[in-house]
Design a protein around this ligand. Structure first.
Ligand code: M6R
Length: 614
């Protein structure tokens, strides 16, 4: 949700800001802007639409004035006010001396705006952000030092924010602060940076300081100081991020999504590595701090997540209940946080999040922790807020995921749940040793099986070609594959805008079957095992209502040909592990359909990769 970048140093600032914003485009892309110190003034340039519009405005090479040495940039995902040029950041104060970029939501902006308007401030945008620029200007009257003025202003703000501020009368200082929204400071040689996320600055430095909540940074070209909002100095670690800039390239693929789908065999290997050493050795989940004693006292497991991560959580519930027999509740984080929190010292709360920065999930974890629960976080970002606040951590090691549609992180989250469920079963001695060995052997085989599916893309592409004009799409499955049906539907609607819905196959006849007719494809996940016959008869019921039937299956059953118009074959696998394999063709199906429809695959409309506002 919105990306911030900032620079102070001796290099030409606009190219650095534009390059940083291009790496943050996944966070939002409805307008963009920069503010730079130029010719003794703060100049702002803003454009509605994708970053390219701002690049066009700034000139083909985006170089601007080479003398600039301080600036801030922003890429927006609109919350308050339409995505227009006026509402694009940076926002400036009345005197145009202060420019600010902001990610988050200022909850008390209406009251502040009223107060400031009475004092003579004139607002030009509909945003909550503009309030901060005017508030700082107001505070400059009593705190003439810009850093103090910003610090005092922050104390009046309610809500979530990461901000970057530049000031005309002191162009040697860049100010950054955060509360409930991510922000990092990048440390260079006689130059420093700010960014909403590491990719924004990775090309220039790997050394970063992660700001924590209620911290403000005073950044000069050759010095960085961090303070709390009361002005006390805070000692912070400079950390070295483990990524290479190449992780942010498409590596010859047309889209990041396709590249990320293809990375999945390696991602699985990576998630398993150093944890699954051999099938006859116990799993090594070193950052999971649950002992046999603490597990004995557990009376509740709750898993909280949003979107795709919520689907991984649903599969996780199935696995944990199946392997250790403790009941598990799953809840969308946004639902969890607005009711009584029923967690306690005997609860384990598992937060699942690719980014580790999803605002609702962070709040949910904090609420559960406040009630005494042990918080285990499954995330792709060990440098995220969630990871840093967790009691136990299960990193998924999927590498940077750029495409807004989550693919490889979902598969890695599923792997994490297999590892966790087996690990808990080992500690609790809940399963026979021979079953655990068999499960681990299956985990080792997964990357190769995924490679087979990726080698058979032509069939999936053919299926996409056949059905890409459908207006509605239904995905059905039962048991452990039900979350895969939901995820397949989410992927499709997210990037192709087709109305796609996932149902437990048995629910079809309780309502949704009324919609069926010959224009609606119904994709059934039909893996041999406990529910195979059931899903097959649910598919026959749909077929009898003229729906176009697609099977995703490993079965060689000849009878399927009389029920299904299209059959996507995947390798044979034990039903309980099959969601790893059933997910991949559904990702590819969504990808190719969106491609045939000419959609913007990596940056679907209205979405942002990281949802850092509630
Ligand atoms: O970073 P998180 O996993 O917490 O993000 C949760 C959702 O916003 C995310 O999964 C979203 O649904 C994706 N766009 C799905 O592709």
């Amino acid at each position: 949700m919105c990306g911030i970048v900032g620079y102070i140093g001796s290099k030409s600032v606009i190219p650095i800001l534009i390059n940083g914003l291009s790496k943050l485009e996944y966070r939002g892309y409805d307008s963009a802007g920069v503010a730079v110190y130029k010719g003794g003034e703060i100049e702002t340039y803003k454009a509605q639409g994708k970053l390219q519009k701002l690049k066009d405005l700034l000139g083909t090479n985006g170089n601007g004035d080479n003398a600039n040495k301080i600036g801030i940039g922003h890429i927006r995902w609109a919350t308050h006010g339409a995505p227009t040029e006026i509402n694009a950041h940076p926002h400036v104060s009345c005197c145009k001396k202060i420019a600010i970029v902001h990610n988050g939501i200022i909850e008390n902006f209406k009251e502040l705006k009223e107060e400031l308007t009475k004092k003579g401030h004139v607002f030009v945008s509909q945003t909550d952000t503009e309030t901060i620029a005017h508030l700082i200007e107001e505070n400059l009257k009593t705190h003439p030092d810009i850093f103090d003025a910003v610090r005092h202003s922050l104390k009046k703000l309610e809500g979530a924010y990461a901000i970057g501020v530049v000031y005309k009368d002191n162009p040697d200082i860049l100010i950054a602060a955060r509360k409930n929204a991510p922000l990092i400071v990048g440390i260079g040689e006689n130059e420093n940076y700010i960014g909403s996320d590491v990719p924004a600055i990775l090309e220039y430095t790997k050394n970063v300081i992660y700001l924590d909540d209620s911290e403000i940074a005073e950044i000069k070209a050759d010095d960085v100081k961090i303070y709390d909002f009361d002005g006390n100095v805070i000692k912070k670690k400079i950390e070295c991020v483990p990524w290479e800039p190449v992780a942010l390239s498409k590596m010859g693929y047309k889209h990041f999504m396709l590249k990320e789908i293809h990375e999945q065999p390696d991602v699985i290997r990576q998630t398993l590595s150093e944890r699954l050493i051999s099938s006859d050795l116990p799993l090594q989940l070193n950052e999971v701090k649950l002992t046999k004693e603490s597990l004995k006292k557990l009376n509740r497991i709750q898993i909280i997540a949003c979107g795709t991560s919520l689907h991984a959580a649903m599969a996780g519930k199935y696995l944990i209940e199946e392997f250790i027999g403790i009941p598990v509740d799953i809840e969308a984080s946004s639902e969890y946080i607005y009711k009584r929190t029923i967690s306690s010292a005997n609860s384990l709360v598992i937060g699942v999040s690719q980014s580790g920065e999803t605002a609702d999930t962070i709040t949910a974890i904090r609420q559960a922790k406040a009630e005494g629960a042990h918080a285990l976080v499954i995330t792709n970002r060990v440098d995220s807020t969630m990871a840093r606040e967790a009691d136990s951590l299960l990193p998924i090691n999927a590498g940077i995921e750029v495409s807004v549609a989550a693919t490889k992180s979902y598969t890695a989250q599923l792997i994490a749940f297999y590892l966790l469920a087996i690990y808990l079963a080992e500690i609790k001695e809940a399963l026979p040793a021979k079953d655990i060995i068999k499960f681990k052997e299956q985990l080792f085989k997964l990357p190769q099986q995924v490679e087979i599916i990726l080698g058979n893309k032509t069939e999936i592409k053919r299926c996409a070609r056949k059905f890409h004009n459908a207006k509605d799409f239904i995905f059905i499955a039962r048991g452990i594959n039900f979350p895969a049906a939901l995820e397949g539907a989410l992927k499709l609607k997210e990037i192709s805008y087709i109305n796609a819905t996932g149902y437990p196959a048995g629910e079809l006849k309780h309502g949704p079957i009324a919609m069926l007719e010959d224009t609606i494809p119904v994709l059934a996940i039909l893996m041999p095992g406990l529910v195979y016959e059931k899903v097959l008869s649910n598919s026959e019921e749909a077929k009898a209502r003229d729906a176009k039937m697609i099977a995703l299956t490993s079965s060689n059953d000849k009878h399927l040909e009389s029920v299904f118009d299209f059959i996507i074959k995947i390798p044979d696998i034990d039903e309980i592990f099959s969601p790893i394999l059933t997910t991949i063709p559904l990702q590819l199906l969504a990808y190719y359909i969106a491609e045939f429809l000419g959609k913007d695959v990596d940056q679907p409309r209205n979405l942002a990769k990281s949802v850092t506002v509630e």
